[in-house]
Design a protein around this ligand. Structure first.
Ligand SMILES: Nc1ncnc2c1ncn2[C@@H]1O[C@H](COP(=O)(O)OP(=O)(O)OP(=O)(O)O)[C@@H](O)[C@H]1O
Length: 387
């Protein structure tokens, strides 16, 4: 495999466990939150990997571990072929320049006391880029232009902008050091629906123009489908399904993915009328004490005793049924019964039945309700075209 065809980012067996401390005088570790618990993924250059899942399933922690903002407990992050953990000092600084983050809330990530000129020139100065005062001023204007803001914005402060404009400033800052990889953590979820599409379009335009690679973390399935080449679905720290975006949305294989998809309203009223909702029983279990076997078994309508309770399913391709590497992107799923569910051989139990066996109540899909109201799909203001 040539260097160019090698994925820009490879994550191998990544685990991030946070210690749970107790004690007044002596810190005792009484357990661990398994925020990320064995994730493999790869992102090709110039493509977008969308990571979806309920709040608390470990998406942000994974993004932070890639940037080495948190130290992995186990596993490797290979960026452009280099193990990120092996770097220190100047090489680490250089690598960090090549990976940048776009945050959900630009107001929280932009210093309110700095005007836009200073916000955009600061990273250039810190890295000795831009070639002196005049060079930096030119580069700052180019950055503003690239994100569609007028040069009049230079003297203004973050609070003087709308949410969408602030996100444009955040994006300008993220691309200022000419990175290769952008990790965008919920980049549009804090924005009005009417401006979400504009920011998504800007990200796509910049990707094409600058050859950027994206890891987009989001709970909005319409945004993820629109922007992603490959989508990974996370549940309790692990990937339960991964596939090229169209394949995943056309035929979700994992019961959890099916439940997430079934919660998205369809714009066609006739289809919407017939849409079958898969309700899940109970809340997301604690990542400090995840269920045995398949982690989804406590909520799964297709659970089969006792295999699902005892045996951890591997992320695999459907028949011939062997485990597979995550690259090149294929449709992978971690469910013992994916073929039987796909072929309708196994019938789902109702959420009430699942709840009765677990002694819990029935919840709408997406514990935070995030998957229930998807205004973009409903076509409000500026709908994102579905592929
Ligand atoms: N620094 C930390 N110390 C202890 N636990 C943490 C820390 N950061 C995250 N967690 C826990 O790890 C789990 C995964 O959190 P994470 O923020 O990665 O999930 P997420 O899917 O991104 O959710 P959200 O969309 O709400 O941010 C959660 O249970 C969270 O409480």
């Amino acid at each position: 495999m040539t260097a160019a065809s090698e994925p820009l980012l490879r994550v191998e067996g990544l685990q991030v466990h946070f210690p749970i401390k107790r004690g007044v005088f002596v810190d005792r570790t009484v357990g661990h939150v398994r925020a990320v618990d064995g994730v493999d993924l790869a992102i090709d250059r110039g493509t977008t990997y969308g990571l979806v899942g309920e709040s608390g399933c470990g998406k942000s922690t994974l993004g932070r571990a890639v940037l080495r903002l948190v130290e992995p407990t186990a596993g490797r992050v290979l960026f452009d072929g280099t193990d990120v953990a092996s770097l220190g000092g100047e090489p680490l600084r250089h690598m960090r320049r090549r990976m940048q983050m776009v945050f959900q809330d630009p107001l929280g990530s932009l210093d309110p006391r700095q005007d836009v000129e200073s916000l955009l020139s600061e990273p250039l100065k810190a890295h000795g880029l831009g070639g002196g005062k005049a060079g930096i001023a030119t580069r700052v204007r180019e950055l503003l232009d690239a994100v569609g803001l007028p040069s009049a914005a230079l003297r203004r402060y973050p609070h003087e902008f709308s949410g969408g404009q602030r996100q444009r400033i955040g994006i300008a800052r993220a691309i200022s050091l000419e990175p290769d990889l952008l990790i965008a953590d919920e980049p549009v979820s804090a924005l009005d629906v009417s401006v979400q599409a504009q920011v998504v379009n800007l990200l796509e335009e910049l990707q094409q123009r600058l050859g950027l690679t994206y890891l987009v973390i989001a709970h909005d399935l319409a945004v993820v489908r629109h922007i992603s080449d490959v989508v990974g679905v996370m549940y309790l720290g692990s990937l339960v399904e991964q596939a090229p975006a169209d394949a995943l949305y056309d035929e979700p294989l994992h019961p959890y993915t099916r439940a997430l998809m079934s919660a998205v309203p369809v714009p066609d009223p006739v289809v919407e009328e017939r849409r079958e909702r898969i309700l899940l029983a109970g809340d997301l279990p604690s990542p400090a004490d995840p269920p045995s076997g398949c982690r989804f078994h406590t909520r799964c309508p297709w659970r089969q005793e006792t295999r699902c309770d005892d045996e951890v399913p591997v992320l695999r391709e459907l028949a011939p049924g062997h485990s597979a590497a995550p690259h090149p992107p294929r449709h992978l799923v971690s469910c013992h019964w994916a073929e039987e569910i796909r072929d309708g051989v196994l019938r789902p139990r109702s959420a009430d039945e699942v709840a009765a066996t677990q002694g819990v109540s029935v919840r709408a899909t997406g514990a935070d309700g995030a998957f229930e109201t998807d205004a973009l799909v409903q076509g409000v203001d500026e709908p994102i075209e579905r592929r």
